[in-house]
Design a protein around this ligand. Structure first.
Ligand SMILES: [Ca+2]
Ligand SMILES: [Ca+2]
Ligand SMILES: [Ca+2]
Length: 190
């Protein structure tokens, strides 16, 4: 920190050589006082004040945190949005956030989300393409033994093709895709 501060000062100094020599000896003395060994002072280089490209091959930093306002469970971040939208508009809204409607594909994920919701939300499951051929938005194969449908659902009453969570018992119901619900977006991390 001391080096950075002093380097910043050094970068901003425009003066004659004698002043610079005097400044250098002051700075060197200040660094010694702070406990920096001489070799560290000699090796210290000041970053250029202008933009400098990161060197090629520098290690990539993986951010483990979810975006602000999102919640994490295992390898996923979730956002519950209360603004009512049709299922397709909700899917588009998640895409705008670089996310997808949530695919609740495991028992753990289904239990987790059941505990999160206190209202009805769309998630990423539909049989829009072909009746009773349920498909997850993230491409996971639909396993009818790993679901959380409420009893007697999905019933396709009056042609319901989109899945909502949070209707009675916090389980799932198939609902008309043109109805308006809040929705759950998911970002998978790794
Ligand atoms: Ca998921
Ligand atoms: Ca259906
Ligand atoms: Ca239904």
């Amino acid at each position: 920190m001391v080096i950075r501060t002093l380097c910043h000062r050094a970068n901003t100094i425009v003066s004659d050589p004698q002043d610079l020599e005097t400044e250098k000896s002051h700075l060197t003395q200040a660094l010694k006082t702070c406990g920096y060994p001489q070799w560290a002072i000699n090796k210290a280089t000041c970053p250029k004040p202008s933009n400098t490209k990161p060197s090629a091959g520098s290690p990539r930093v993986y951010l483990q945190a979810c975006p602000d306002g999102w919640t994490r469970n295992k390898q996923s971040c979730y956002l519950l949005v209360d603004t009512p939208k049709t299922w397709q508009d909700a899917r588009d809204a998640c895409h705008q956030l670089q996310a997808d409607l949530a695919s609740l594909t495991t028992a753990d994920e289904q239990t987790y989300m059941a505990a999160q919701v206190d209202d009805t939300y769309w998630f990423g499951l539909s049989d829009i393409v072909a009746e009773d051929d349920w498909q997850w938005e993230d491409g996971t194969n639909y396993d009818p033994t790993v679901t959380n449908w409420n009893s007697n659902e999905p019933n396709n009453m009056n042609d319901e093709d989109c899945a909502e969570i949070g209707s009675h018992a916090w389980g799932w119901n198939d609902q008309a895709c043109t109805d308006r619900n809040g929705y759950i977006c998911e970002i998978q991390t790794d």
